[in-house]
Each structure stands twice: as structure tokens, then as C-alpha cells.
Design a protein around this ligand. Structure first.
Ligand code: BDR
Ligand code: CA
Length: 323
């Protein structure tokens, strides 16, 4: 069985990612760590425990990590995720408390204890992961791959060129990207392409199972708030967002990647947080000293079979529904 750890800023689409990770039969969700991003750290922990309860994953350990980026102040995304970070649905909160240790300690414990290399899936600003790699570099030996949601080889969302997770903590993202570990960037180039269509959202809303109903409510919220985004092709549909990155771990054949050099812009200018992806194809240009990215290559997702991932998401979420 595959060994999985998620690092989240739950977050409506993080919630969908938690659900599919907790319910897929081939993967063991060993732990979930929380970081400030879409909402405050306290809100992220509360939302994460609430979502895990809704899908019956009450034994997955959860820990709180960084309340702010390595540099600068936290900046939430309430305009997308609602004032509570979970679409303001009023869903009953979990009574469970997080582990009494920092996220970095939980990550270390679970990575070192895993019988097989862990797939680490950061779906949020990568502050916790950067702190982990700097504090306990020995964990790298038992990390099989890092598949992160973040970055873009084209347009941004938090700024014209920067994607929210990388923009929120560019230094942390650069530490992860240049770690030398096998890394896959599941960025905005594919983020919007895996979407659940309106009739399937309706079916989820009517399900017996609480996890299905919560996912239906979250997807309805996303369809509403992202309805004006031209990247979503079908009216009434809702992008899986972060959940698509978990689908990419479960079913990597559905993702097209290219091995490319990537470096994060750490300047204080308009490009801060941009993932500069070297897509030059002429060898003599790509090696010119004046335009050479210094870092290692990572796998950058440039295409996705969105229908395949939507089907994977729905089958997995519905696997516990009586209907
Ligand atoms: C990313 O930012 C957050 O708002 C989402 O949860 C996702 O991880 C998209 O840019
Ligand atoms: Ca997220």
C-alpha cells in the first residue's frame, strides 16, 4: 500500500483532496499537517479535522505547523474559500484535538516510521516542508517523491505571474524545488482542467453519506465563486483544484509532465513568487550563461486527462455511499 502524507491549508479544494486521499483503498494516509494559507492556522486545523471526521478518517493524526511564511505576513484567500476557509457552510465542527506536537515533528515521525518511502503532497504554502528539510535533512532518504500543488509555467492567480501557494512563501518553495528530491509541480497549467460537472455535483448533494454531501456542497461553492474563470470550460462545473494533485499521485498516467528547470523569483518586484520555468527548446539557447537557471530539473505537469481524474475522484468519494 502506498504511503501518503498531505500538508494543507484547508481550504475548500484542500478538503476535497483530504477526502480522496483518506478514502482511496490503495493509499495509507499516514498524517496531515497544517499551515497558514487560505485561512489562519487555527482555522486550517479546525477545517482539516472537520473534513476528516466527515469521511470517517478519525484516526489520521493531524498537527499544526507554521502560522506564517518564512518571511513576511500571512495573507488569506477568504474571497475564494469563505470567511472560515470552508465555504461558510456551517458544517458541524470536529470535537477532535490535533496532536500535541508541531507539524515538523509529526512529519519527521511518520516519514521515518514508514515501511516504504512516503509520497509527500504539499497543497499549500510550503513553509512546513522547508522547515522539515532544513531541520531534519535525514528524512529525505525516506521520501519517494514530493508532488506539490503550486506554481505555473504560464499565468498566475495571486499576481499576474505568481500562483498563490508559491507567492505566499516563495523562499520555502525554492527550498523544496531545489532540494534534489524527485519533485512534481502540479501547477495552474493543469489545476483548472480536472473538473466535476454539474449533474455529478447534484448526485453528491443527494447522497446518504456525509462525506459525499460535504464534497457536493464544497464543489457547489467552487462552481459559484469560480464561475467567471475562463479556464473552467463547462458551465456549472467545479475544478477539483488540490484534489487533482492527489489524483496525480494515485494515477500518474493521467498526467503529462516534462522535466524542466524551475526557479522561484525571490525578488521584491512584481515577479515575486513566479515559478520561472525554462521551456526553451533550442539547446544552444538553453545553455547560454546569461539566461541559465541554476537549479535542478523537476517534473512539471503541462497536461492532464481531466475527465479521468474527475471519474477517479467521484468513484473514490462514492465508495462509502450506500446508494
Ligand atoms: C492554491 O491556492 C489555494 O487557494 C488553493 O487551496 C490551492 O492550493 C491555488 O492557487
Ligand atoms: Ca491549498
Amino acid at each position: 500500500m502506498g504511503q501518503l502524507i498531505l500538508d494543507v491549508d484547508t481550504g475548500v479544494d484542500d478538503a476535497l483532496a483530504l477526502m480522496v486521499a483518506a478514502r482511496h483503498a490503495d493509499w495509507n494516509l499516514r498524517a496531515v499537517t497544517c499551515v497558514a494559507g487560505n485561512t489562519s492556522l487555527e482555522g486550517v486545523v479546525r477545517n482539516t479535522l472537520t473534513v476528516l471526521d466527515a469521511v470517517g478518517a478519525t484516526d489520521v493524526p493531524v498537527a499544526a505547523g507554521a502560522a506564517r511564511p518564512l518571511l513576511g505576513e500571512p495573507r488569506d484567500a477568504g474571497h475564494v474559500h469563505g470567511s472560515d476557509g470552508l465555504a461558510d457552510l456551517g458544517w458541524p465542527r470536529s470535537a477532535r484535538a490535533p496532536e500535541a506536537i508541531h507539524a515538523v515533528e509529526l512529519l519527521r515521525r511518520e516519514i521515518l516510521a514508514s515501511p516504504e518511502p512516503v509520497t509527500l503532497v504539499p497543497l499549500a504554502p510550503m513553509t512546513n516542508i522547508a522547515l522539515l528539510l532544513r531541520t531534519y535533512p535525514e528524512v529525505a532518504a525516506n521520501i519517494g517523491r514530493i508532488v506539490f500543488m503550486g506554481g505555473s509555467a504560464s499565468a498566475g492567480n495571486a499576481s499576474p505571474v505568481a500562483e498563490f501557494n508559491v507567492w505566499h512563501d516563495p523562499e520555502a518553495a525554492q527550498i523544496v524545488i531545489s532540494s534534489g528530491l524527485p519533485v512534481t509541480m502540479y501547477g495552474l497549467d493543469v489545476f483548472y482542467s480536472a473538473a466535476v460537472e454539474a449533474p455529478d455535483i447534484e448526485l453528491l448533494l443527494k447522497a446518504d453519506d456525509a462525506g459525499c454531501r460535504l464534497s457536493g456542497q464544497l464543489l457547489s461553492h467552487l462552481a459559484r465563486v469560480n464561475g467567471d474563470d475562463f479556464r473552467l470550460k463547462l458551465p456549472g462545473s467545479a475544478g477539483l483544484g488540490d484534489a487533482g494533485a492527489v489524483c496525480a499521485v494515485i494515477d500518474p498516467e493521467g498526467l503529462e509532465t516534462s522535466e524542466l528547470r524551475v526557479e522561484v523569483s525571490l525578488s521584491s518586484s512584481l515577479t515575486r513568487g513566479q515559478t520561472v520555468v525554462d521551456q526553451r527548446t533550442k539547446a544552444s539557447e538553453a545553455t547560454l550563461p546569461h539566461g541559465h537557471l541554476s537549479r535542478d530539473s523537476i517534473d512539471v505537469a503541462l497536461g492532464v486527462d481531466g475527465r479521468r481524474y474527475a471519474a477517479l475522484f467521484l468513484d473514490t468519494i462514492r465508495s462509502h455511499d450506500g446508494k
